[in-house]
Design a protein around this ligand. Structure first.
Ligand code: FAD
Length: 440
C-alpha cells in the first residue's frame, strides 16, 4: 500500500481526501491545529455566540458541490437572498455603489456621471493594471473615491500595483443607463454576482465538512516543520516522522517552501515575494438583533479601522443566544505592505469605537462577548510580482512532485468550492504520479 499524505484539513485537504476515498484510499491527513476546517473553522464560545473564522457563506453555482455540502449537513441549511451595503462618509449606499449612487451628495453624483460619460467617449485606455481597468470602467471620480480607496484597505496596496486576472465577475461594470437609473432611483436592481447563499443551520460553516472528516486518518496537533524531498520524509514539531509516496499540500506556499530542505535560493526568494493579507478578526456579541438589515457591509473611509463587517446572527439564528445579535469585523494588514504591529486584542476597542461612530452600536447597547483572532493568511494580493514569483514556486513543486492545492497552495482568490475542487485535482495528480513511478 502506498502512503498518500495530505497536509491540511480545510476545504482543499478534504477535497483531496474525497477524491482518494473514491479510489478506496484513506489518506493520512495532518493539521497543525487542534481542530479541522482551516479557514472554514467555526467556534462556539461559552457565552453561546458562534463565529466562523471570517465571514463564510456558500454561493457556489456548482450543483455537485451544492449537493455535497447539503448532504454533509443532512439538508439542514438556510437559503437566503444576500443583502449588502456600503458605508462611505456617513452614507449607506447599497451594493455595488456604482449602481446605487442615489442618496450620495448631489455634486458628487453629477461629477461621477460626467466622468463616466467622458471616459466612455474617450479612446480606449490601454489596461496595464487594475487602476487602468477601474478608470476605464468607471471614470476617475468614482474609481478614486470608491474601488481604489477600498483596494488600499482590503488589498493593502495601490490599484496600479495590481493585475486584473483575479477580477472575474467580482466587480460589476455598469452601462451608463444603469448608473443613471441607480442615481435617480433608490430601488435599482441588485447586480451583485452573488444573489443568494446557503449556510448550515447548525454548527457554523465548518458543518459543511462533517461528512468528509471520517474519509481520512486525521492527525490534529501535528505541525509540519520540515520536508526532506529526496527521502520523501515529513518531520513534525512534536517529533513525529512520516514517509510519503505521494504528497498533497494545502499549506501556504511561503511556509511550505521554507520547510523544504535544499530549496534553491531563487525559489525561496520568489516565495517571499508572494503577497497575502493578514486579517485581525474582531467578534462582538450584542444584546439586540436589529443591528443591520444586511449580511455584509463594506467600509471605505480611512478613519474607520475595519474594511468589512458581517453579522453572523443573520446567517443562522442558531449562531447566537435568542434575542441577541453578533458582528464580525475584519481589519487588514499585510507583511509585505502594512505589517501588523501589536496583538490582535488591541483592535477590540478601536473596532467597538468605530461601530459606535458609524451608528451601528448605540450608547445603550450591552456588549455580551468580544474577542479577537488572527488570520495570518487571508486574501492573496494580486500585485504585479505575483505571476512570475508563482511560476517559479509552482514549477519547483511540480519538479518535486508535491501536489499543491487550495487557496494558499494554488495562491489564488478562491472560494470554498474552488478550494475543495483544487484538492480533488491535486489528489488526481498525486495518483497519476504514483502510477507513473510504479510503472518506471
Ligand atoms: C476573510 C475570508 C472570508 C472568506 N469568505 C468566504 C465565503 O464567504 N465563501 C467562500 O466560499 N469562501 C470564502 N473564503 C475563502 C475560503 O476560506 C477558502 O477558499 C478556503 O477555506 C481555503 O481552504 P484551504 O483548504 O485551501 O486552506 P485552509 O483552510 O487554510 O487549510 C489549510 C490547512 O493547512 C493547515 N496547515 C498550515 N500549515 C501547516 C503546517 N505547517 N503543518 C500542518 N498543517 C498546516 C492549516 O492549519 C489549515 O487547516 C474566505 C476567506 C477569507 C480569508
Amino acid at each position: 500500500m502506498s502512503n498518500i499524505v495530505i497536509l491540511g484539513s480545510g476545504m482543499g485537504g478534504f477535497g483531496a481526501a474525497y477524491r482518494l476515498h473514491a479510489e478506496g484510499i484513506a489518506p493520512v491527513m495532518y493539521d497543525r491545529n487542534g481542530h479541522h476546517g482551516g479557514h472554514t473553522s467555526s467556534f462556539r464560545y461559552n457565552s453561546g455566540f458562534l463565529f466562523d473564522l471570517g465571514p463564510h457563506i456558500s454561493f457556489t453555482k456548482d450543483t455537485r458541490i451544492q449537493d455535497l455540502f447539503a448532504d454533509s449537513v443532512d439538508q439542514q441549511f438556510e437559503t437566503k437572498p444576500l443583502n449588502l451595503n456600503n458605508y462611505w462618509r456617513g452614507h449607506w449606499p447599497l451594493h455595488p455603489v456604482q449602481l446605487h449612487l442615489n442618496g450620495l451628495p448631489e455634486d458628487l453624483v453629477v461629477k461621477v456621471i460626467s466622468d463616466f460619460v467622458e471616459e466612455r467617449q474617450a479612446p480606449d485606455r490601454p489596461v496595464k493594471n487594475y487602476a487602468d481597468w477601474l478608470l476605464s470602467s468607471f471614470g476617475r471620480t468614482f474609481a478614486e473615491l470608491f474601488p481604489m480607496q477600498y483596494t488600499r484597505k482590503y488589498h493593502l496596496t495601490t490599484a496600479d500595483n495590481m493585475s486584473t486576472d483575479w477580477l472575474g465577475p467580482r466587480i460589476y461594470r455598469p452601462s451608463l443607463e444603469e448608473v443613471i437609473r441607480g442615481a435617480i432611483s433608490a430601488t435599482a436592481p441588485n447586480m451583485h454576482y452573488i444573489t443568494q447563499f446557503r449556510y448550515p443551520t447548525d454548527g457554523g460553516f465548518v458543518s459543511y465538512l462533517k461528512k468528509f472528516v471520517p474519509l481520512g486518518n486525521l492527525k490534529l496537533n501535528h505541525e509540519l516543520v520540515s520536508i526532506d524531498p529526496r527521502a520523501q520524509q515529513l518531520n513534525f514539531s512534536n517529533g513525529h516522522v512520516d514517509h510519503y509516496d505521494a504528497l498533497v499540500s494545502s499549506v501556504p506556499l511561503p511556509d511550505l517552501i521554507r520547510m523544504i530542505q535544499g530549496a534553491p535560493q531563487d525559489v525561496v526568494d520568489a516565495s517571499r515575494r508572494l503577497a497575502c493579507s493578514t486579517c485581525v478578526i474582531v467578534n462582538v456579541g450584542v444584546n439586540r438583533e436589529d443591528l443591520s438589515p444586511c449580511h455584509l457591509s463594506y467600509f471605505y473611509d480611512d478613519d474607520i479601522c475595519f474594511t468589512r463587517l458581517s453579522f453572523p446572527h443573520m446567517l443562522s439564528p442558531h449562531n447566537v443566544p435568542p434575542g441577541t445579535g453578533s458582528i464580525q469585523a475584519e481589519v487588514y494588514f499585510s507583511d509585505k505592505y502594512k505589517p501588523l504591529t501589536g496583538s490582535p486584542q488591541e483592535w477590540i476597542e478601536p473596532v467597538i469605537k468605530d461601530l459606535h461612530r458609524c451608528g451601528l452600536l448605540r450608547d445603550d447597547d450591552r456588549i455580551l462577548f468580544s474577542n479577537a483572532l488572527l488570520l495570518r493568511y487571508a486574501n492573496i494580493i494580486f500585485d504585479l510580482d505575483r505571476a512570475a514569483a508563482l511560476k517559479t514556486v509552482h514549477g519547483y513543486l511540480d519538479d518535486l512532485g508535491i501536489a499543491y492545492c487550495g487557496r494558499y497552495g494554488d495562491w489564488g482568490y478562491m472560494w470554498t468550492d474552488e478550494s475543495f475542487k483544487s484538492g480533488e485535482n491535486a489528489a488526481q495528480r498525486a495518483l497519476e504520479r504514483l502510477v507513473q513511478s510504479q510503472v518506471r
